[in-house]
Ligand binder design. Structure first.
Ligand code: SF4
Length: 75
């Protein structure tokens, strides 16, 4: 199984509550518009369960876990 995951942020849905950044500051950081962006991370150092937890913790359902080809793995 590939572990080349990423997370897509729906910037329209995001209300900048910050739970994703609190949950996984190694992955999510604020941009200049107070929206989270994904910073480069070592996929071997972040588990799929940690990413799923961040996705599930978003109160706006603004996060989608995708594989390297952009296919939805978890939302
Ligand atoms: S948890 Fe959801 S709403 Fe909050 S900053 Fe992250 S993506 Fe935006």
């Amino acid at each position: 199984m590939s572990n080349r995951w990423s997370v897509v942020v729906d910037r329209e849905q995001c209300f900048s509550f910050g739970m994703c950044i609190e949950t996984l500051p190694r992955v999510f950081v604020w941009d200049e518009e107070d929206k989270p962006v994904i910073q480069p991370f070592d996929p071997d150092a972040i588990s799929l369960d940690e990413l799923k937890e961040a996705v599930d913790g978003c109160p706006r359902a603004a996060l989608t876990l995708v594989d390297e080809e952009g296919r939805t793995l978890w939302s």
